[in-house]
Ligand binder design. Structure first.
Ligand code: K7E
Ligand code: CUA
Length: 649
């Protein structure tokens, strides 16, 4: 069979199988042949074997990050970030409640792995929140959310985020929506002049990853979409696409599509850092803002057609690729040419004092990739891959250098249909200096008819494509809860997660490692009960906690296990409480015991043959009735296993 028909065969066969109305019994499944067999083998990981790559994909408005293995595409874990998640107790214990604050959701689009010298280093994963203007950091040593920073000042819609620079000193972010600075009010009629956007440098502590607000750059009220950071020669620079250079309000669908070209912001973040250090900022809304009209050398604008969505920088750092949703081309700019144009002051005008670089001076080629181009990734072998939303396809094309007079059409080398309407795509380590050139995952917005009917609310589809050869090959398809936007695909050996928390490293002052250290102390004066609870297979110590109606109850639960996967939960029946404690971890549960009664508590994570027996009772004694348990005169409950508590009292 000719190679160009490879994908067709796979798609057709898969399509027929999908439409089949007769379910096949396992033993009756037809022996796959040819391309189907090849594709099946390419993604098959036999039970017990490990995948080659981690896929971290964003959960969109679920506020979570999903982790899958590639090539199997098996979902392995969900990392809750901006939304509570009972599965890991996230948002129930005091530690994670503090992270979430008053928010219960986020819109997580763009995960970005930390880098050293432009390559993934396996330390942290940064993720943005487009909804509540935050940025979060997941520590990859335990794959848990460790910090949520925000709301970021002067920011509405933290979409152009998180762009991590080569050595992770900053995560750079930009606003999707513009509003008056400093949370002030101005009517929409004054949008063009009073509303502003911002680019923000989020400083990252190189030792522990702690993020803090650095400087900000004020921008015209364009809708910044997505960004990319420089590498190699363009290290120190960053780029963001925009739509609505018309500064329109109302129906943007048409109002922001008037101009043939919108802008790419060209930002010298090192110059911005210097300007901030030199005090060339003004304070507004809790941020230190640079006005690029007054501080030259920080920001320029580069026209790009039309209503562009994605911008990406190739592995060498020389080519900046910007894709206009409303024109069938991806535009390749040369960083060198951008620099030359800047030094020659080859400008065609300005927007609010920010120079506009002459398009023709920086543009290398408009590549006819197809309809609705969004995002571009790389294979490290000289090729780019662009997602086509409208066309439901991915185009592979050759990066420059091009010989003089190269026909733009000749640059496009392959195209593969995806099902359906692809948004982002990710290649293995595709935004680093050394992409792997092995796999590509297309994250599609529609999956209609591709899976069992689950009613009107259906998942997103992600398709795995082999890009190791000349032609792209579709090999597998999987589904995800809403809604992956971008992802990171990283070799498994880059990550070294721990298997449990060593007890020596548990710095919680309320951690305990023996049942004799469990205690519950009631302070009658403050109506507070504070307890240290010990959890191990298969009991809690104590197995009984007594409090008075109206008491504030604080329970520190330590999982004393030092073994992988020996997780315990601490759920209290009828009170909407559940913390989940990993081996070696201590978590705090705090609540007010509002209603008298007896409330069983139990382990929520199946941990042993006697998991079901891992239970106890919270007694909420009616107000005015004496507590029986606190007998030593100091308000301290005497520690004892649950079974002989009854005998003692
Ligand atoms: Cu969905 Cu990057 Cu928010 Cu494109 S974005 S698809
Ligand atoms: Cu501990 Cu189940």
């Amino acid at each position: 069979m000719h190679r160009t028909t490879t994908w067709l065969a796979v798609v057709v066969v898969a399509g027929i199988a999908g439409c089949s109305t007769k379910p096949q019994a396992p033993g009756q499944r037809a022996m796959a042949t040819g391309d189907v067999q090849q594709a099946a083998l390419a993604s098959y990981i036999k039970p017990g074997d490990l995948d080659t790559y981690y896929l971290f994909y964003s959960g969109g408005h679920s506020g979570q990050v999903f982790v899958a293995g590639v090539p199997s595409m098996r979902h392995i874990a969900t990392i809750p970030v901006f939304a509570p998640y009972p599965g890991t107790g996230y948002g129930f214990d005091e530690e994670s409640r503090k992270l979430l604050g008053d928010f219960t959701w986020g819109d997580l689009h763009h995960p970005a792995l930390s880098k050293t010298d432009g390559d993934y280093d396996g330390r942290w994963l940064f993720v943005n929140d487009n909804a509540n203007n935050r940025i979060a950091r997941i520590d990859l040593h335990d794959l848990k959310t460790k910090q949520i920073l925000g709301p970021i000042p002067n920011t509405m819609g933290n979409h152009g985020s998180s762009m991590v620079i080569n050595n992770t000193e900053y995560a750079l972010v930009a606003t999707r929506f513009s509003v008056p600075l400093g949370s002030q009010y101005a009517p929409l009629e004054e949008y063009a002049t009073k509303f502003k956007g911002a680019v923000t440098g989020i400083k990252v502590d190189p030792k522990d990853g702690t993020m803090s607000i650095g400087w900000q750059i004020m921008t015209p009220p364009f809708n910044w979409d997505l960004g990319a950071t420089g590498k190699g020669g363009s290290d120190g620079w960053a780029f963001w696409t925009s739509y609505n250079s018309e500064r329109a309000t109302g129906k943007l669908e048409s109002a922001s599509a008037q101009r043939d070209r919108d802008y790419v912001a060209v930002v010298n973040w090192k110059a911005a850092e210097q300007a901030a250090k030199a005090g060339k900022t003004f304070e507004v809304g809790g941020g230190r803002m640079i006005d690029p009209a007054k501080t030259a050398g920080v920001m320029w604008l580069l026209p790009c057609g039309k209503s562009p969505h994605g911008v990406d920088v190739d592995p060498s750092g020389e080519y900046v690729i910007c894709s206009g949703k409303l024109q069938p081309t991806s535009t390749v700019f040369s960083f060198k040419k951008i620099q030359e144009a800047i030094s020659r002051q080859d400008f065609t005008g300005n927007e609010d004092g920010i120079p506009v670089i002459k398009y023709e001076s920086a543009m290398l080629m408009e590549v006819p990739v197809g309809l609705g181009p969004l995002h571009t990734q790389f294979d490290g072998k000289g090729y780019a891959y662009t997602s086509l939303y409208v066309e439901s396809a991915i185009t592979k094309w050759k990066l420059p250098p091009y010989a003089a007079g190269t026909d733009p059409k000749s640059v496009v080398v392959d195209k593969i249909p995806v099902q359906f309407n692809v948004g982002h795509l990710v290649t293995a380590e595709g935004d680093t200096r050394h992409p792997q050139g092995t796999y590509l995952v297309a994250m599609n917005k529609m999956s209609k008819g591709r899976h069992l009917n689950v009613g009107p609310s259906i998942p997103e589809s992600s398709q795995l494509i082999d890009i190791s050869g000349g032609k792209m090959k579709m090999i597998y398809e999987a589904y995800t809860e809403p809604e992956p936007h971008f992802a990171q695909l990283v070799r498994r050996e880059i990550l070294k997660p721990i298997e449990f928390y060593p007890k020596e490293e548990n710095k919680d002052p309320n951690a305990i490692w023996a049942p004799k250290d469990a205690r519950v102390i009631r302070n009658a004066a403050t109506h507070t009960v504070e307890g240290r609870i010990y959890a191990i297979r298969s009991y809690f110590e104590p197995g009984r906690v007594q409090v008075q109606e109206g008491d504030t109850v604080v329970l520190h639960v330590t999982n004393a296990e030092q073994q992988r996967d020996e997780i315990h939960g601490f759920g209290i029946v009828a009170l909407n409480k559940n913390v989940v404690i990993d081996p070696g971890e201590t978590k705090t549960l705090k609540f007010i015991a509002r209603k008298s009664g007896v409330y069983p508590y139990y382990c929520t994570n199946f941990c042993s043959a006697l998991h079901q027996e891992m239970q106890g009772y919270l007694e909420v004694v009616p107000a005015g009735q004496a507590l029986a348990m606190y007998r030593n005169g100091e308000g301290q409950m005497l520690p004892a296993p649950a079974h002989d508590l009854a005998a003692r009292h």
